[in-house]
Design a protein around this ligand. Structure first.
Ligand code: MSP
Length: 530
């Protein structure tokens, strides 16, 4: 199928179905959501994919511990991820579960193709096996522990096993060339340099299967290797193929290659090295960008199972109920670990950002301007006598900031994109303070000037709210409605953000505060539904 609009395809990692959704999963999915919304608004045919990775062995063991079937356990947790994403208003276009037939059949097809080509073949794997832990340890770890189990101290044994391997080394040269020729392929820069450094040390073949031990149900959970019932596809290889399997059909093929794969730095090697080489082997185009962000930490401490301090869904829900879902989205999007450093979710900082950007920022600007239009012009948008006033050239100001928002998004710099939009509201505030329409309005002969100023303010705020729709879809739709606009206007972003879109006479309503001010001393909201 073809589309007359340019496409935009963005993905998130598919999450292990064994864990409960937390801030980290919601964050990566939110980045993809905001970007997908932005490009949909820009007139592109956008496709946003997320989902769950279900073939890990621990899914089998956890289900058994609960006395339910593996698939029941997977169903339950996949539903929890969907539920979490729905609560955060994350509008994915498809949710893939790796246990679905539409995925498993494609994986077998891809593997078969690579076997036919000779890129995947059976080989011997020799390594140090820890019988007490049922896992291999690396040569270095084995040496460090004098060939004893690092966990139990039991003797390690040298074990040889047959596995299928993918010939990664064959694609090393082409991959290096691609990364070097495309500086935006791996982002941010620090991550790209790490990957380049590691590739230059040489690539080794990678196992793509695991042996099945019929007496151990956990080893049988997964996709069988084509033509060999004794092996299953290694869960990581199975998982990576999701990005392709979902769009590998006549109706969706126009989305490939993906524009952006959002992930965190923990899984960069798989995405920036193994995945592109698999794609080259399949003769597919490579994705535009693999963006590996850093981690959320909480109140200055790393989140971990042992500390039990994950910022989980009930906690996030507490924040959404107290401050609005859009306020939480705003905090995550603007203060998150998009670059190469980790970011802290601290309650004090949340309230500070909420008040500065939302309550005292856009919320206050909207209420100030709508209030004056209500008071001086009966709530009907006044006319501007000219586009600039008192050395403020509004079409130029807005077009520069809109341009910078688009540039930010195009470079996956969501911080810059959103900051540019928010800067418009700050300019409006500064303009009102400088021109004082509330003082001019005391003089009947200056009402035309007051009208001019307020038109500029309302029009700039309309543009800012439009640009902020992808980050705060509900609040900004509400704000646009108050400014007499149709939030679902089907025109493109460029048309909607062109200066002069606000009609003279449009009804401007004040309404309740969009973001009521938050008490800086109030305690952290209680978790909801824990
Ligand atoms: N199933 C694999 C991914 C396969 S993709 C083909 C996996 N799953 S995961 O459930 O562990 O999710 C890891 C991802 O969750 C990270 O890459 C990141 O997107 C997100 N996060 C998990 N913890 C995080 C933080 N503390 N901070 C930010 N994001 C993090 O790996």
């Amino acid at each position: 199928m073809t589309t007359d609009r340019p496409t935009f395809y963005v993905t998130t990692p598919i999450y292990y179905v064994n864990d409960a959704p937390h801030i980290g999963h919601c964050y990566t999915t939110l980045l993809a959501d905001a970007m997908a919304r932005f490009y949909a608004l820009s007139g592109r045919d956008s496709f946003f994919l997320t989902g769950t990775d279900e073939h890990a062995e621990k899914v089998v063991t956890s289900a058994a511990e609960r006395g339910i079937t593996t698939i029941e356990w997977a169903d339950r947790n996949a539903a929890a991820f969907r539920g979490a994403f729905d609560e955060m208003n994350l509008g994915y276009d498809d949710f893939i579960r790796t246990t679905e037939e539409r995925h498993t059949s494609k994986v077998r097809e891809y593997i078969q193709r690579l076997m036919d080509k000779g890129d995947i073949a059976l080989g011997d794997y020799e390594g140090w096996w820890d019988p007490s832990q049922e896992e291999y340890v690396t040569e270095t770890v084995a040496r460090e522990h004098e060939f004893k189990s690092p966990v139990t101290g039991r003797e390690l044994v040298k074990r040889v096993e047959q596995n299928y391997f993918f010939d990664l080394a064959k694609y090393e040269g082409r991959l290096l060339e691609h990364i070097e020729a495309n500086p935006g392929f791996i982002k941010p820069e620090a991550r790209r340099n790490e990957v380049l450094g590691r590739i230059k040390q040489g690539l080794q073949r990678v196992p793509v299967s695991r042996g099945i031990d019929e007496s151990d149900a956990a080893t049988a959970w997964g996709i069988r290797m084509p033509g060999d019932e004794g092996h299953r596809v290694y869960v990581w290889i199975d998982a990576l193929f999701n990005y392709l399997s979902v769009v590998d059909s006549d109706e969706r093929e126009m989305y490939w290659p993906a524009d952006v794969h959002f992930i965190a730095k923990d899984i960069l090697w798989f995405h920036a090295v193994i995945w592109p080489c698999l794609l080259m082997a399949l003769g597919k185009d490579l994705p535009g960008c693999v963006y590996a962000h850093s981690y959320w930490i909480r109140e200055g401490r790393k989140m971990s199972k042992s500390l039990g301090n994950f910022l989980d869904l009930p906690t996030l829900r507490g924040y959404c109920e107290s401050f609005s879902t859009d306020a939480v989205r705003w905090y995550l999007l603007t203060q998150g670990p998009l670059g190469a450093t980790d970011a802290d979710f601290a309650h004090g900082k949340f309230v500070e950002v909420y008040n500065a950007d939302l309550a005292n920022g856009i919320g206050n600007a909207a209420s100030r301007v709508s209030n004056m239009i209500g008071k001086y012009f009966d709530g009907a948008c006044p006319a501007a006598q000219s586009d600039s006033y008192s050395e403020h050239d509004w079409p130029a100001i807005c077009s520069e900031l809109v341009g910078s928002a688009v540039e930010g998004m195009d470079g996956c710099d969501l911080g810059k994109a959103l900051e540019s939009a928010m800067a418009i509201t700050r300019r409006v505030d500064g303009y009102v303070n400088a021109t004082k329409p509330f003082t001019l309005a005391k003089d009947e002969s200056r009402m035309e000037e007051v009208g001019t100023i307020l038109y500029h303010c309302a029009e700039a705020l309309r543009i800012a709210a439009t640009l902020l729709l992808p980050a705060m879809p509900e609040k900004m739709a509400d704000m646009l409605q108050r400014f007499g606009q149709d939030p679902d206007d089907s025109r493109s972003l460029a048309e909607r953000c062109a200066w002069g879109g606000l009609a003279v006479g449009a009804s401007i309503e004040k309404g309740d505060a969009l973001f009521p001010r938050a008490d800086v001393d109030a305690a952290e909201p209680e978790a909801v539904g824990a």
